[in-house]
Design a protein around this ligand. Structure first.
Ligand SMILES: [Zn+2]
Length: 517
């Protein structure tokens, strides 16, 4: 990788640490779609998973490794031979393969979790890096819980793994405990005192438990780090990881202060954020910096007046610079295939990845029901098409009746493995009636863990996007559906979730609990 001192590498762990967010689990197809977008976004490294943790994780890493060509693709591994062998095997088809080895270094973790002495951990780390180096050149080493570890001991461990061939040294704030001044000082100490530290790339991996992940990452960069580990929309364990869009835009907007750059194509930030929300069903709060619905909305009259006179009065970034289009009204019923394709191209969508016939067909059907089609509607159409699991169940027809005096009633017609089946019944509400009938027909009765409706664009004819999270026997799946009628969207989302649940239940079982730096 061609890197200079002015470039901060972006290491994306949406597919590994990010996936550890409750309810964010993704299947192989979904991870591949996200990985393609990450490549388009210009991230330097993709951590695609933890190969040894389950056959599903192994497959996902292997598929991502074959899907992208520019970024380095990594699998996580503990300091065990089986972990390292599986990790190496999973990335073997990558253009730029790598592995990421970690072990905890804080006394608390050593005594309570690993039951190992400092010397034993040092030996395990050195052995693992040396062993892996015989098979793959790019090795990153992480000292889990580094921010609560003894600084001198960290220097010893890092010096040893550098000697064994680690090329990137990651310093995680695993628990989100660090404070910017202190975390910056730790980097200054490590980069000046670690023998061989000038030959490696120093990396920060922060969690947001105290809301300081972005600030801590930037403090690390001010003190010599040249890689930030982060996730799209800041998803991740507990309160999440460092948010990719926030660090990237901070470095870009405050170039006058940091004098640094990243390789991220900022116009791809919003499409990436939206795609991830749609795939996982985890929506972004309206006030989330950079990608929230209100991030660029000016409400106060005095601000609006200023912005109209000169945008710079209250705007430090242009919405277009992160891929949010200000020209929102785009297409309607009479727009042709050419205009449709043109708009998709403008939104940064690779037309080769889209089934144009299907997508255009959905667009036309939507235009029949909805007067104005906005950019977000188009993105919803295209992503829903691209992340659709191979369907066992297909919704053919849904009729729902409801009044203030009778129980809501649903009649549903589905295609199951090519065969048509019907059913009907009552429920506590229209959505409840639909879900009960669909469960009866399919014979799948999952628990509905989460259900959310979002109007994608304004107006009463807006496209409603429903996402739901279902679980059964410890396996979870999210489903999405978009329709101008929210009850139809709800049914589509539920059927989509059942399809994914079926695919997941037959394919994988997670072998080991999630963990990592
Ligand atoms: Zn982490």
């Amino acid at each position: 990788m061609n890197m200079d001192r002015e470039t901060v590498r972006i290491f994306d762990t949406t597919l590994r640490d990010g996936e550890q967010s409750p309810g964010a689990s993704m299947n192989v197809e979904e991870k591949t779609v996200i990985a393609r977008q990450l490549e388009k976004l210009g991230v330097d490294v993709i951590e695609a998973g933890f190969a040894v943790s389950s056959p599903g994780d192994f497959d996902s890493v292997a598929r991502v490794a074959q899907t992208v060509s520019r970024p380095i693709v990594l699998s996580l591994a503990r300091t065990r031979e089986l972990d390292i062998n599986q990790a190496i095997k999973s990335v073997e088809k990558a253009t730029h393969p790598g592995i990421h080895i970690f072990i905890a270094t804080s006394d608390l973790h050593l005594q309570r979790k690993l039951m190992m002495s400092r010397q034993e951990v040092l030996d395990a780390a050195a052995w693992a890096v040396g062993f892996a180096k015989k098979h793959v050149d790019y090795i990153e080493f992480s000292a889990e819980d580094a921010s609560r570890s003894d600084w001198e001991y960290l220097v010893q461990v890092f010096a040893e793994v550098i000697k064994q061939g680690a090329v990137t040294i990651n310093v995680p704030d695993t628990t989100g405990y660090a404070v910017p001044d202190e975390f910056g000082a730790l980097f200054k100490y490590l980069t000046t005192n670690t023998p061989g530290g000038d030959r490696v790339c120093w990396s920060a991996h922060c969690h947001n438990d105290l809301g300081m992940a972005v600030a801590n990452s930037l403090a690390a960069v001010r003190n010599g780090a040249r890689q930030i580990e982060c996730t799209v929309n800041g998803i991740g364990e507990r309160a999440g990881n460092t948010s990719m869009e926030e660090v990237v835009m901070a470095i870009r907007t405050r170039h006058d202060f940091f004098h640094l750059r990243t390789n991220v194509v900022s116009e791809q930030i919003y499409p990436a954020s939206r795609l991830l929300s749609q795939v996982t069903g985890l929506t972004v709060p309206a006030n989330k910096p950079i990608v929230g619905a209100n991030a660029f909305a000016h409400e106060a009259g005095i601000h609006q007046d200023g912005v109209l006179k000169d945008k710079l009065t209250y705007e430090i970034m242009r919405p277009e610079s992160v891929g949010i289009s200000s020209n929102k009204l785009v297409l309607g019923k009479h727009s042709g295939r050419h205009a449709f394709a043109d708009r998709l191209k403008h939104l940064g969508i690779d037309l080769y990845e889209v089934d144009m016939n299907k997508a255009f067909d959905r667009f036309k059907r939507l235009a029949d029901r909805k007067k104005h089609i906005y950019d977000d509607d188009l993105l919803a159409i295209v992503t829903e098409e691209s992340v659709r699991a191979p369907d066992r169940f297909e919704l053919l027809q849904l009729d729902v009746t409801s009044s203030s005096t009778t129980l809501p009633h649903a009649a549903v017609r589905l295609r199951i493995d090519g065969e048509e089946r019907c059913g009907e019944g009552d429920g506590d509400g229209m959505v409840d009636a639909c879900y009960k009938v669909i469960s009866q027909i399919t014979g799948v009765f999952p628990k509905l863990e989460r259900y959310a409706v979002k109007a994608i664009t304004g107006g009463t004819d807006a496209l409603g996007e429903v996402s739901c999270l279902v679980s059964q026997d410890g396996v979870t799946a999210t489903g999405q559906g978009a329709h101008t009628d929210v009850i139809q969207a709800s049914a589509l989302a539920f059927v989509n979730a059942l399809n994914k649940l079926e695919a997941r239940r037959t394919r994988y079982r997670r072998a080991e609990p999630d963990e990592g730096p």
